[in-house]
Design a protein around this ligand. Structure first.
Ligand SMILES: *Cc1c(COP(=O)(O)O)cnc(C)c1O
Length: 470
């Protein structure tokens, strides 16, 4: 399987190359040249099978012959063994025909573990085969950093450096980055903001000499391997609820558009998805785009669902490419307009396609709190704020829908990850799961660095094993 860039000006790459490259050299994102498809019997055969087995079925066609099926099976088995629930992503019923798909049973209690655990193993495998090493540098406002450090800790060929804004992430989030003692993971508290951290990472990628010296790689959701690993749970959940004989709808708490794009991919692969609902918080760029046909950036507001406090949804570029019939010229013009004037327009064809493919709703902070209390009293289920955005959007967008179609809301985090917000809304502080009891008392280890690009680059260079390893 070859991969093409959404901007049409970068070379085609295979899976292994896409995995290590992340962003395409023309600034675009990679997509498979064609979508593999599964017939109905194949989808029906997923029902009741272990998560890691379905993962291999779903992912193997994308990997092609760059990773053997045996090796992939082994990696998938290991990746999902560390989850705190035997079903990996269990479904919980919260209302008549409405279910929550819990994606937060991984080591850092956020859905990012599902993809990151497999991505780390794939990278190690490929680097081992090539006899090379890589350095991952990322900035985090919370969840991605912990998931990356947890997934790559102890890796022989990968060093991970995560920049976070000192004093601006929650205690639970910081400790998930600072308590792993492995020598190859480096949590760096920068004396600055999240935007500063992100700017330093961008600068490192743009410093080509540095980039080559340390063999720089990225693991944010523009990396195709992360999206691929998220397609699995759409097949697992839908087949458990009767697909392909019964259609299923999904509501997805959305920030960077990665998770919901995985749902769109599942549909393209033949899964009988009825509706895909984009759920946002007050940062509602996507619902506004669907309503007005104009993608228009505004300032970010801080909410109780911080992982969705985003104003550019990077993976939306992948959808634009698909919905325009893979018109990379059009994508380039849209992205240029976004850069120049913070907006672009969908043409009539694109607007119609988006209306066909998605519904979208945003939740205010009042909606989120009300939804959490209502679900708690109605079913005893405790949803955290990102999940509540999903439930709220599901209720609004799908009211009056065919009641025989099950509605699945993706739950992207565990309530204990946001104890202050939860206490403010319900009056009670949710407890961390048993297996994480040591988190709040384990010793922390992190480096505090000045908000200065040259200081941070020097630190990475001094500690990266990829230097001189070729
Ligand atoms: C990252 C994240 C999201 C948003 O997912 P995208 O793939 O960026 O749309 C939603 N909820 C939580 C808890 C997250 O960590």
């Amino acid at each position: 399987m070859d991969y093409v860039s959404t901007r049409g000006e970068a070379p085609k790459l295979n899976f292994e190359e896409v995995l290590l490259a992340g962003l395409a050299r023309d600034g675009g994102l990679y997509l498979p040249e064609r979508w593999p498809t599964f017939d109905q019997d194949r989808v029906a055969s997923f029902a009741g099978r272990p998560f890691h087995e379905v993962a291999v079925e779903v992912i193997h066609p994308f990997v092609g012959n760059t990773v053997g099926r045996e090796a992939l099976s082994e990696m998938a088995r290991e990746a999902y063994e560390c989850f705190g629930h035997a079903a990996v992503t269990p479904l919980v019923q919260i209302d008549n025909n409405r279910f929550v798909l819990e994606l937060f049973h991984g080591p850092t209690l956020a859905f990012k573990d599902v993809a990151m655990q497999l991505l780390a193993r794939l990278m190690e495998h490929v680097l081992q085969k090539r006899g090379s090493k890589t350095t991952i540098v990322g900035a985090t406002s919370g969840d991605t950093g912990g998931a990356a450090i947890e997934a790559f800790r102890g890796a022989s060929n990968v060093d991970v450096f995560i920049l976070f804004p000192e004093g601006r992430v929650s205690d639970v989030q910081r400790r998930m980055m600072t308590t792993p003692a492995d020598k190859n993971v480096h949590a760096i508290a920068v004396r600055g903001t999240f935007d500063d951290c992100q700017a330093h990472v961008k600068a490192m990628f743009n410093n080509h000499a540095f980039r080559d010296r340390v063999q720089l790689s990225g693991v944010n959701s523009i990396n195709w391997a992360r999206i691929v690993a998220q397609i699995t749970y759409y097949f697992v959940a839908a087949s458990a609820l009767g697909a392909p004989h019964r259609r299923v709808s999904f509501s997805v708490p959305t920030g960077n558009f990665g998770d919901i794009f995985a749902g769109y991919a599942a549909k393209r692969m033949g899964l009988a998805i009825d509706r895909l609902v984009i759920a946002s918080n007050e940062n509602d760029i996507l619902p506004r785009t669907l309503a007005t046909g104009s993608y228009e950036m505004r300032g970010v507001v801080a909410t109780t669902s911080p992982s969705m406090d985003i104003q550019i949804s990077s993976n939306f570029e992948r959808y634009l490419f698909e919905a325009s019939g893979r018109d990379s010229g059009a994508v380039r013009r849209q992205m240029e307009s976004l850069k120049q004037s913070q907006r672009f327009e969908l043409d009539a064809k694109l607007a119609a396609a988006m209306e066909q493919d998605f519904l979208a709703e945003s939740a205010s902070e009042v909606d989120v709190a009300g939804c959490i209390r209502k679900v708690l009293s109605g079913s005893g289920y405790l949803a955290e704020p990102h999940t509540a955005c999903g439930i709220h959007a599901c209720e609004k967008a799908l009211q009056g829908d065919d009641r025989s179609v099950p509605q699945v809301v993706l739950s992207t985090a565990h309530p204990a990850k946001f104890p202050d917000a939860m206490e403010g809304i319900t009056g009670a502080r949710p407890q961390l799961p048993e297996r994480l009891q040591g988190l709040m008392s384990d010793p922390e280890r992190f480096k505090v660095l000045d908000n200065d690009a040259s200081v941070i680059e020097a630190y990475v260079e001094d500690n990266a094993r990829a230097i001189g390893a070729g």
